[in-house]
Design a protein around this ligand. Structure first.
Ligand SMILES: [Fe+2]
Length: 237
């Protein structure tokens, strides 16, 4: 008798063909951006992430132009694979920031709640393709098959095996030249870099809105209006 499965999480993966050609230029740019950060806010054991250091607009930095183009292309492909009709949707990179993870550094569980789609691209990874430099781990908060709440927690021993029907996480080994796209709301974390060399990546937050000339129609209610129509508050109190 079959057991059916439904509601899969969609993680998009692309290994970019010109990664090696573009590696050194972006690596140099990331180092440059980090060295220009004069207000380090790192917590002990946490990776340096540009978004909390005022380095969150690499989408406007020509040194990342190739990568921005790749992210745009693959985001469209990802959304089309999800079944979206893109003709009525405008896409924006809301922010994009480099991440440097040194020995022992990790990134705790979080989600990107100001965005709709998130991406990570790995510029440089020691022991690329292995778990050593810190996996990206997606956390299964839905736990649709957890028939008793808490059964899947670490302090129980009730599951005889971890399998596709009770898995509580999905881990992606960091791989040089690889782009991953995922729903921004999906909670995730990054395991510690256990190597002596740095793992260097760039993260992107992408937003979907209505198109500027598309302020009516069936989809409009479910998309934010185009940012060009937003009115900032005045200065009066
Ligand atoms: Fe993240």
């Amino acid at each position: 008798m079959p057991t059916h499965t439904h509601f899969p999480l969609a993680i998009y993966q692309a290994d970019l063909p010109d990664a090696a050609l573009n590696k050194l230029g972006m690596l140099e740019a990331v180092r440059d951006l980090e060295s220009s950060d004069d207000e380090k806010r790192n917590f002990e054991g946490r990776a340096w992430t540009g978004d909390i250091h005022g380095v969150a607009s690499v989408q406007d930095d020509s040194r990342f132009g190739w990568l921005v183009g790749q992210v745009e292309t693959h985001t469209r492909l990802y959304l089309q694979e999800l079944g979206l009709e893109l003709k009525d949707v405008a896409l924006y990179i809301q922010r994009a920031w480099p991440v440097i993870s040194r020995y022992g550094e990790e990134i705790g569980p979080h989600s990107h709640l100001t965005a709709h789609v998130s991406a990570v691209y790995y510029i440089s990874v020691p022991y690329s393709g292995s778990d050593a430099a810190g996996c990206l781990v997606f956390l299964n908060d839905a736990r649709l098959n957890e028939v008793c709440a808490g059964l899947g927690l670490e302090n129980t021993e009730l599951f005889t095996e971890w399998n596709g029907l009770n898995q509580d996480q999905a881990a992606y080994a960091p791989t040089e030249g690889r782009l991953l796209l995922f729903p921004a709301k999906q909670r995730h974390a990054v395991a510690a870099n256990e190597t002596e060399d740095d793992r260097v990546s760039v993260s992107f937050d992408i937003v979907l809105t209505a198109k500027p000339n598309q302020t009516t129609g069936k989809s409009y209610e479910f998309l934010a209006p185009p940012p060009s129509t937003w009115k900032p508050f005045g200065t009066a109190i």
